[in-house]
Design a protein. Structure first.
Lengths: 400, 400
């Protein structure tokens, strides 16, 4: 009946919503949700911060803030990012309402309908939904254990009718692929992009969740070594290191790109929530974040270890995966003729759920993979849940 | 250097930002900001709520929530809106990251580049910036003391090359015009729109801030009496009744429109901040909002009274205004040849600041008006500040 806009006509009913409903059903062991663990939030720390806020800061929490972000948070976040080697002085930082908004802002800045975006395959479902909402043409490039396939990328770009506006990658603790780009692959990517005038969007939402020092070293953002002839737009998030309920993320970009970002942000929601920005600032500025991150890394690392053990114990030989060195996810590969959606149906019947592969394929097709998230999980459920899934694969295979 | 998208190319440097910088300079009496009063936030109430949250609710505050909103807040907000007579059962409610996002979502849903939007003149600057960011063609219709000029509206629509996609109005305690639509004008508008298939967006961010019972009666949303042959999309906000720092607003629309809204919202920021939603829910569900609103109305009403008195005392005879019956604003009219930007420069030099008229003209031209906000103001500054502005008008007039 209504004359919807062209960008909206093609949006279909919500796969993510349906999945989340399923994933949070009582009585089911859920490896589906990509959220932090409900029992690991820094509740005590935030209680303490809240109850010691000076009156003036509390008033600020209730009020509008400047569009770029709550100034003390911009300052403390700069310090936090500078420690990672990020070029916070030569670039500009914008606080966003979650890092999905950061991706949305950058997409609005560069994409007209039909413009090409290169994504990884698999890729973050949130970013895929953003790109769709701007009527972008997505072209995906496979990811292997060291990162995006450079040979494939070159061929892809050569054969496109127009140059892609940007490449969207998540080099660290990839969602869903569970991999981290090798140093060599990062260099290859930057070398290839040199002078091509194709922007690189580096989504680094999981940066702090490495499981060992080698992973920490590997996870140094490409933005830290941005060559003169490549433009990197860097996005990050408080969702995994404080809480998604704060809806705080950021983007770090050069001044020319930043100017438009601020204007776009202003017309999106005026400013990010000051209430949570005030709390996040204290969390950083008081240094509470550092011991908390040590705690988080230990907790998630334990879960990863337990899941790897359970996978080795129960999975049929033909199921392959890459042990992640950080983040939340195992990405499991089935034989090419297997359909993970069908396996998921069986698994749900048996009491466990995950996300099927095609959800993360920008074209929504490739389905012989599935994602297991170990983040929001009681440790004592991992073994049981993985067994249910392994048994469900067996059950499926028998019916082939 | 960069190939920006078409929708972004035309965004210019930030008038709002410059204004806010000016408005918050120390030592200047600012009637510029459209924000609630810094000293009137319900800080004690929120402290009490926060410190009595059961652990499970606190965990929810840190976590992602469903895209439509934190379910208990959807429930308590429905109850709150139902009391106003809003059709919450036959429509669907979506919690947004401030009501500006609600307007943004609706614009994305309906507007392709070049599509026509009818706005009031003057109109809310935030909405103007949203409409620009979607490359809409804005056509404005003057507002007089009873509401939008229906005769002008009819002629305007008759002469347009294509039918407008929607009309955006703020019938209650208008920002910046300070007026409230009369019952007759509301009816005329709805009668005229009947069967025209032009959507009405009713922005009702100030609904609860009436100054007397007559104003309360007048401010009954049009959405409460939505005729079968007109579609009304209703937006509201917690910014003026709790705090803008919570970044919470809502939209109430029919199911067909809602389905797209939810998908758009999902790609914008996944969900609104759960942290502030959990607190807002308790504020409503525990009924703390009702005495707080009584308190707010009294406080703002006192400021309005004092400003009206000061205007009468100091303003030259040729300055006209309408005494508002709710909200935050006086909208003052100067003789046609006066330029309020020039007066503002003089006023700033003399120690007070306001917003010049053209800021609220979608075409950015008409400038013989200015907006005085009495909301974020110490009572004892009003008289002094208005005198400075009146003197500045005199000073300007002498130079004409």
């Amino acid at each position: 009946m209504y004359a919807f806009s062209k960008s909206v006509e093609q949006l279909r009913s919500s796969e993510i919503r349906d999945l989340m409903r399923l994933a949070t059903q009582p009585g089911i062991i859920s490896f589906a949700g990509g959220m932090p663990n409900n029992d690991l939030f820094p509740i005590k720390e935030i209680d303490e911060i809240f109850n010691n806020l000076p009156p003036e800061k509390k008033k600020s929490a209730f009020q509008y803030g400047p569009t770029p972000g709550y100034p003390p948070l911009l300052k403390s976040l700069k310090k936090f990012l500078k420690k990672k080697g990020l070029p916070v002085d030569s670039n500009k930082l914008l606080i966003t309402t979650g890092s999905l908004q950061a991706i949305n802002i950058l997409t609005k800045e560069f994409i007209d309908p039909g413009d090409i975006i290169i994504t990884e395959n698999p890729s973050f479902i949130g970013a895929i939904s953003v790109f769709k909402s701007y009527q972008a043409r997505m072209e995906s490039v496979p990811v292997n254990k060291d990162g995006i396939d450079i040979g494939f990328l070159k061929k892809k770009i050569e054969h496109l009718p127009t140059k892609p506006k940007f490449i969207y990658v998540t080099p660290n603790f990839h969602n869903p692929a569970g991999i981290t780009y090798s140093k060599a692959r990062r260099k290859e990517l930057l070398d290839y992009l040199g002078d091509k005038n194709i922007i690189l969007i580096e989504d680094d939402a999981y940066n702090d969740l490495y499981f060992d020092n080698e992973a920490k070293e590997m996870a140094i953002p490409m933005k830290c070594n941005e060559p003169d002839n490549v433009t990197i737009c860097y996005t990050g998030s408080f969702s995994k290191i404080l809480g998604p309920g704060f809806r705080l993320g950021w983007l770090l970009v050069n001044e020319e790109i930043y100017e438009k970002c601020e204007l776009i942000k202003q017309a999106m929601d005026a400013c990010s929530p000051n209430f949570t920005q005030v709390l996040a600032n204290e969390f950083l500025a008081q240094g509470k974040i550092y011991p908390y991150l040590d705690f988080l890394r230990k907790e998630y690392s334990q879960r990863k270890f337990m899941m790897d053990k359970a996978l080795k114990k129960y999975m049929p030989d033909y199921v392959k995966w890459n042990e992640p060195n950080g983040g939340f996810y195992f990405w499991c590969e089935l034989p090419p003729n297997y359909d993970s959606s069908e396996i998921m149906k069986i698994a749900i019947k048996n009491g466990a759920v995950f996300v099927s592969g095609k959800t993360f394929d920008p074209a929504g097709v490739k389905n012989n993979n599935f994602r297991l998230s170990f983040s929001n999980m009681d440790k004592d459920q991992i073994d049981k849940g993985v067994k249910i899934i392994a048994d469900s694969i067996d059950e499926y295979a028998k019916g082939l």
